[in-house]
Ligand binder design. Structure first.
Ligand code: ZN
Length: 149
């Protein structure tokens, strides 16, 4: 027997677009070689740094990374407190916020490169990524706020 699920992705997308907030994801960019040092052949392949620690462009780092910031419509739910979620493996803390986005909003390649997320000018750290839906149609991030008292 084949089970066919109703196609609800477009409805979920519409709801999210109507009530959603913008979450800004900071994604680690790819490393590029310092143009001054690579041009002057100053790469130290053993230590993966530049031989010129006084380089005005990279200061001896050689590899430069520029982070990408991407605004995504998201359904954001703030937890009023850290509610323990009693699961099979004991109590887990659900954290400060869950952020749900369209599965196509960020490529899976970039999901693993997320450094932090900004919502309502609050800075969040992602500590769990859960793919939701049958078939998979959205991604939920469990987040914790930085420097929370
Ligand atoms: Zn350099």
């Amino acid at each position: 027997m084949t089970i066919s699920y109703p196609s609800t992705k477009s409805i979920k997308d519409e709801i999210r677009n109507a009530i959603g907030d913008t979450a800004t994801f900071l994604i680690r960019g790819d490393a590029t070689a310092c143009s001054l040092c690579s041009g002057a052949n100053l790469y130290d392949p053993v230590n993966e740094v530049s031989l010129d620690i006084t380089c005005s462009s990279c200061a001896g780092m050689y590899w430069l990374t520029s982070d990408i910031s991407s605004g995504v419509v998201a359904h954001v739910r703030w937890n009023t407190q850290d509610v323990p979620n009693r699961g099979v493996g004991g109590a887990n803390f659900d954290g400060d916020a869950t952020i749900t986005i369209d599965i196509n909003a960020i490529s899976s390649e970039n999901i693993v490169k997320i450094k932090e997320v900004y919502v309502d000018s609050r800075k969040l750290e992602v500590y769990r990524v859960v793919y939701k839906g049958h078939p998979r149609d959205r991604i939920r991030f469990q987040c914790k706020e930085y420097n929370k008292q």
